[in-house]
Design a protein around this ligand. Structure first.
Ligand code: ADP
Length: 408
């Protein structure tokens, strides 16, 4: 826009500035993102979410620009579009695991950038606003970013609280289930111990055998329960560092298939292990546990309606995979996971099909995928899930390792 396009009178000051801010909203958003990139330390594995933010921030700036020239009695808080954008930004930043501190900083930087831009444009275009107009514009700028910041932070905190409440609920459900699971074998053990106090039981070999079998089974069940709980705690312990070695994924996948063969055949599920699996350098115990959980889930949540239920372990080449990344995929043609539950399945105690337990003849604690995600994370990788209800699911384990001597 050339200087001659504006009268240097003060009347159009807010309009001119508003127009300039709106016209440059994409450049301003990019500038903001560059400043953030310089200021915030970004974890090497964490992808800085620039794309989505670059959709949101220009829209927010555009709305701020409109507010700068809005009638005096109009409040930015009444602009539902911009308030909704600020809310969406709160949800987005929550999903991206930002912190409140980060959000506040982001808005502070945005306000600084807008203020600097307005000042520079005012000088560049030779505008001569009155002191009153200057103050009014700055007041609006501050007010707009203040309200938007509060809306974003409120949404962020609300999402955070909801996640804590959900987690609490799941923890309570888990406690109920764990105490129920523990109470049953303990009750049987107490009953058996009491029975052994009776001389006639001790004198009857058949009854004695029954009681001792009940003691063994229930003691084993208790040991298994305690071991599972310990494993959950141990796996999340950061001191539990993985021991790396060169391993053949095919060997581990084969071992998983062998251990789960009985479970699979009882549910009529075929386990397919691709012959083209790489050799990698990582912790075999963790990889085995991760694959074990994924394949066991594919069997548990297989679709009884399908003619040929299967689960397959492959190492696909994904178009977006980095050169140094090794991808292992566990694919099934099972029940699938509803879109609304997809993000929560890696949370502890979350179960998407709990209502179908009796029908499917399965039980679970909602810990398998949380443990799997911990394992994958401890190996420096990440896990992703794609799923279509009625068609099946694909879990991708992406590991930042080079195949040790090329894929076999
Ligand atoms: P669970 O003990 O319930 O199996 P997980 O943590 O292993 O717990 O899985 C969490 C939930 O994710 C399961 O309850 C199930 O609803 C869903 N899920 C996991 N894997 C699959 C799969 N392959 N197909 C369909 N649903 C799955």
């Amino acid at each position: 826009m050339s200087d001659s396009g504006h009268s240097k009178s003060t009347a159009g000051f807010a309009n001119v500035v508003s127009e300039r801010v709106a016209a440059e909203r994409h450049a301003l958003a990019r500038h903001w993102l560059r400043r953030l990139n310089d200021l915030l330390t970004v974890e090497p594995n964490e992808v800085f979410p620039s794309e989505q933010l670059l959709d949101h921030i220009p829209a927010l700036i555009g709305e701020i620009a409109a507010y700068l020239r809005a009638p005096a009695d109009q409040e930015i808080a009444a602009n539902t579009v911009v308030i909704e954008k600020a809310r969406q930004l709160g949800s987005l930043r929550y999903e991206q695991r930002a912190s409140v501190h980060q959000l506040l900083r982001e808005y502070e930087i945005l306000a600084d950038i807008l203020e600097a831009f307005v000042t520079e444009e005012t000088e560049r275009l030779g505008l001569r606003p009155s002191a009153r107009e200057c103050f009014e514009l700055l007041r609006r700028l501050t007010r707009a970013s203040g309200i938007l910041m509060r809306t974003t932070v409120d949404t962020f905190v609300a999402e955070y609280m909801k996640a804590i409440e959900d987690r609490n609920e799941r923890l309570k459900a888990f406690n109920r289930m764990a105490s129920h699971e523990l109470r049953t074998p303990i009750g049987t053990l107490v009953f058996a111990a009491t029975a052994l106090e009776h001389a006639e039981v001790r004198a009857d070999p058949a009854r004695l055998e029954k009681v001792s079998a009940a003691i063994t089974t229930n003691a084993q069940r208790l040991a298994w329960l305690v071991e599972t709980l310990q494993r959950v705690t141990r796996l999340t312990d950061r001191l539990d560092t993985p021991s790396e070695q060169t391993i053949d994924v095919a060997t581990i996948a084969g071992e998983v298939a062998r251990q789960l063969a009985e479970m699979a055949s009882s549910r009529n599920v075929r386990i397919i292990v691709d012959t083209h699996l790489p050799e990698v350098n990582l912790d075999p115990a963790r990889l085995e546990l991760a694959l074990m959980n994924l394949v066991a889930n594919a069997i548990k949540y297989s679709d009884p309606e399908k003619a040929d239920p299967f689960v397959e372990i492959t190492s696909p080449t994904l178009p977006d995979a980095a050169e140094s990344e090794c991808v292992i995929c566990v694919r099934d043609n099972g029940l699938g996971i509803p879109e609304a539950n997809r993000a929560a399945i890696f949370d502890r105690f979350f179960r998407a099909h709990a209502h179908m337990d009796a029908e499917l003849g399965v039980t679970g604690w909602g810990l398998g995928l949380a443990i799997t995600a911990d394992c994958v994370q401890a190996m420096g990788g990440r896990i992703e899930c794609e799923s279509v209800v009625g068609e099946g699911s694909r879990f991708f384990i992406r590991l930042p390792v080079k195949p040790s001597r090329g894929a076999k």
